[in-house]
Ligand binder design. Structure first.
Ligand SMILES: Nc1nc2c(ncn2[C@@H]2O[C@H](COP(=O)(O)OP(=O)(O)OP(=O)(O)O)[C@@H](O)[C@H]2O)c(=O)[nH]1
Ligand SMILES: [Mg+2]
Length: 295
């Protein structure tokens, strides 16, 4: 039987802070930060300091899968180190930065090391993004894991504080997804072609309970280690959608938080390179389509 198509995706208002967790239907808890009521955006330093106070004895790892990202991985790591690791007078918010490099033919590993990350190999060299994320989980020791992509050209450390906000504040949050505006070739929108042409149609038809997820393929995502170890990470480019479906299936949609990261600019691949991503995603969705409907 053909599944019902879910309700149209609601456009959520852009919250005024880095740390607000938004909800499509009000069922997700909301995290607010000082300055929110006044409509002021607190500084990253203030947010990081607040989160560092709240995290207690939990360790936090930022994990970055990277293949041939020598041009962008350095600034990303340096911005995290400067704002969230090398802080004086208090414990750091981020305890370690892990870069998983496999198959790079450029200086990704060397650049990442110089910028302050620990570089580890993928356990399955030449695998895919999901395999690299599994290696990151294996080699890191954080209780809370933040993943960010290495090809973002306008990265700021607030991406990390934003993703951590809901996790640090609320133990019932099992997954945090970033969402953002996606420029394409200088135009303000139009990026995320695999999202629009594969992930969203698949979600609408097979997983309508996930239709309110703004960026289902976002690489900027965070979760407690216990959740990632229980759910597992799928191979290749299926990893993001598979995690979303599997977390919703095991913990409920209301355990998924979304944070507004503003605008995200990254390398845009030519159309011909997007087919393998789309294929991975469809494969993972079909494999899960009969067993993930919510009660
Ligand atoms: N170590 C490792 N990193 C990978 C692999 N595949 C992708 N990555 C990294 O994962 C991140 C996301 O990969 P992208 O190819 O940009 O995929 P995407 O962001 O879903 O797709 P685009 O929208 O085309 O950018 C980047 O930092 C890549 O370098 C892999 O096999 N190994
Ligand atoms: Mg990318």
């Amino acid at each position: 039987m053909r599944p019902e198509i879910g309700p149209a995706r609601r456009i959520l208002p852009r919250p005024s802070t880095d740390l607000v967790q938004v909800s499509d239907d009000g069922s997700m808890p909301t995290v607010r930060t000082p300055g929110d009521d006044a409509g002021q955006r607190p500084s990253v330093t203030a947010v990081a300091s607040m989160l560092a106070g709240q995290k207690g004895d939990r360790r936090i790892s930022v994990c970055i899968p990277a293949r041939n990202e020598a041009a962008t991985v350095g600034p990303i790591i340096r911005s995290i180190v400067a704002a969230l690791v090398d802080v004086s007078g208090q414990p750091p918010l981020v305890d370690e930065i892990i870069v998983v490099d496999d198959g790079s033919v450029d200086r990704t590993a060397e650049v990442a090391r110089q910028a302050g990350a620990r570089v580890v190999p993928a356990d399955t060299p030449g695998g895919g993004k999901g395999q690299a994320m599994r290696a990151a989980l294996h080699h890191s020791d954080g209780d809370l894991i933040v993943f960010v992509d290495a090809d973002v050209t306008n990265f700021e450390s607030r991406f990390v504080t934003g993703l951590l906000g809901p996790l640090v504040a609320d133990d019932s949050v099992a997954l945090v997804k970033g969402y953002y505006q996606r420029p394409l070739n200088g135009a303000p929108d139009g990026g995320g072609r695999v999202t629009e042409l594969m992930a969203r149609p698949v979600i609408d038809l097979l997983f309508p309970h996930l239709a309110s997820i703004e960026q289902p393929l976002a690489g900027e995502t965070a979760a407690p280690r216990r959740v990632l170890e229980k759910i597992g990470l799928a191979d290749g480019y299926a990893v993001e959608l598979a995690l979303l479906i599997d977390v919703a299936s095991s913990f409920g949609v209301e355990s998924i938080a979304q944070v507004d990261l503003g605008v995200r600019v990254h390398r845009n691949r030519p159309l011909s390179e997007l087919r393998p991503q789309a294929t991975d995603i469809l494969q993972a969705a079909l494999a899960r389509s009969t067993r993930s409907a919510p009660d």
